[in-house]
Design a protein around this ligand. Structure first.
Ligand code: ACO
Length: 380
């Protein structure tokens, strides 16, 4: 053991790369993609434009954006063998696992092994962004006993995803809300799934393997999976009156309150604030869910109990409520997160490749040495 090594559990405060993709100021509730505030992008940009910004580093010209958008629309269809593969997956399985399997399988259809080829890397990035919504919606349709709905070229990314899920077009307001949700989830500095993707990328693995690693990491309840758990928690709490007693007991028992807390933000996550505004837009068209009033009360009570420790709502706290109001099933919340975050993962992967060194951290060995091998028949 090297005595000079200091263990930092969870790699807290340990930089693992230099990055120009995004920036968080956890005390000022500031999140920027390539220097632009996320609130501005959610209001004024589109998911397609945000993808370009993340991947290329600057906002596109009109011509670049039109061309990129055309490429995305062109690449939405998936191979019929991939649809067949999705058909064979158990309908009771989680859509995140189906997405991870589908993306890993894409690597067999597009065996782009040479990650030094910029053109091939760009083509893979476009394919991945374009096809993730098709894989998610195909799995959802097929598991429900319906046919997969083919993508439509005349709809934008968010509108087409909604179309493929429900076989109906979203209203302009719903389309805008879904688009803004994708923008808000597109990137978030060196979080667990991005790091996972960068680690896999550092081995020069193909981009489909990189993204399937990141998807796997996003599934956990401490990361992307928390948005599902927030609705479970609100169901358990049940009523506004029960919010305080439930939270007091949970905090006393040191339970983690889902959708609250963040390694970097010590104030309310700016994405949660924007999502709350978006929720109000959705409720103009849908009924106002009772979950929402309850969530607001949970936030209010939690501010007193957990606020002093810097624990406030994160992005997952209100996202599930917005998606539920749009009629989206609970287990598709995290796949939607992945459909958005693929942009950030790819931007980090391309950045990693520019100045790559394989990740090979150290460990602090705490096991034994010189242990004798005892033959099986002599073991107690
Ligand atoms: N509820 C109650 N207490 C909490 C919470 C919470 N949600 N989050 C942190 N704490 C407390 C811990 O109990 C701990 O208290 P202690 O010092 O008295 O032991 C302290 O705050 C530090 O907590 P850690 O778990 O060490 O903080 P860490 O930075 O490692 O974890 C995390 C961050 C995983 C997000 C954590 O806040 C959490 O588990 N939150 C709930 C799950 C969640 O919402 N995840 C989504 C995160 S956002 C995203 O990935 C998209």
């Amino acid at each position: 053991m090297s005595p000079q090594l200091e263990l930092r559990p969870g790699l807290a405060d340990v930089p693992v790369a230099e990055s120009a993709v995004s920036f968080i100021d956890g005390k000022r509730a500031r999140l920027e993609y390539r220097g632009i505030a996320v609130e501005t992008l959610a209001r004024d940009s589109s998911f397609e434009e945000t993808c370009w910004l993340l991947l290329k580093g600057d906002l596109p010209t009109q011509r670049e954006l039109t061309d990129f958008d055309d490429q995305l629309r062109h690449h939405r269809r998936i191979k019929y063998k991939l649809t067949d593969l999705i058909k064979c997956l158990p309908e009771t399985g989680h859509p995140m696992d189906a997405l991870q399997a589908g993306v890993a399988a894409m690597g067999m259809f597009y065996p782009s092994r040479d990650v030094t080829n910029a053109k091939s890397n760009w083509d893979s990035a476009v394919r991945l962004i374009a096809k993730l919504p098709t894989i998610v919606s195909a799995f959802h349709r097929l598991r429900s006993g319906d046919e997969a709905v083919p993508p439509r070229d005349d709809l934008d990314h968010a509108g087409n995803f909604y179309w493929m899920l429900f076989e109906r077009e979203p209203s302009p307001a719903v389309r805008k809300v879904l688009d803004a949700c994708l923008i808000l989830h597109a990137e978030h500095t060196m979080n667990a799934s991005t790091f996972s993707g960068r680690v896999t990328g550092s081995t020069l693995a193909n981009p489909y393997t990189v993204i399937s690693s990141a998807i796997g990491t996003l599934t956990g309840p401490l990361h992307g999976g928390a948005n599902e758990e927030v609705l479970d928690m609100l169901e358990t709490i049940g009523s506004v009156e029960n919010a305080r007693p439930w939270l007091e007991k949970a905090v006393a028992e040191k339970q983690k309150i889902m959708g609250m807390g963040h390694r970097v933000y010590k104030v309310k996550d700016p994405r949660a604030t924007v999502l709350q505004e978006l929720a109000e837009h959705v409720f103009v068209e849908t009924s106002r869910p009772k979950d929402y009033e309850l969530a607001v009360e949970v936030e209010r009570v939690a501010a007193g109990l957990l606020g002093p420790k810097g624990i406030y709502p994160n992005v997952d706290f209100y996202s599930g409520i917005v998606y539920s109001a749009l009629g989206i099933p609970r287990d598709l919340f995290t796949p939607i997160f992945a459909i958005a975050r693929v942009a950030g993962w790819l931007a980090h992967w391309l950045e990693q490749l520019k100045n790559n060194r394989i990740f090979r951290p150290e460990q602090i060995y705490v096991g034994n040495h010189d242990v004798p091998y005892v033959p099986l028949e002599k073991r107690p």
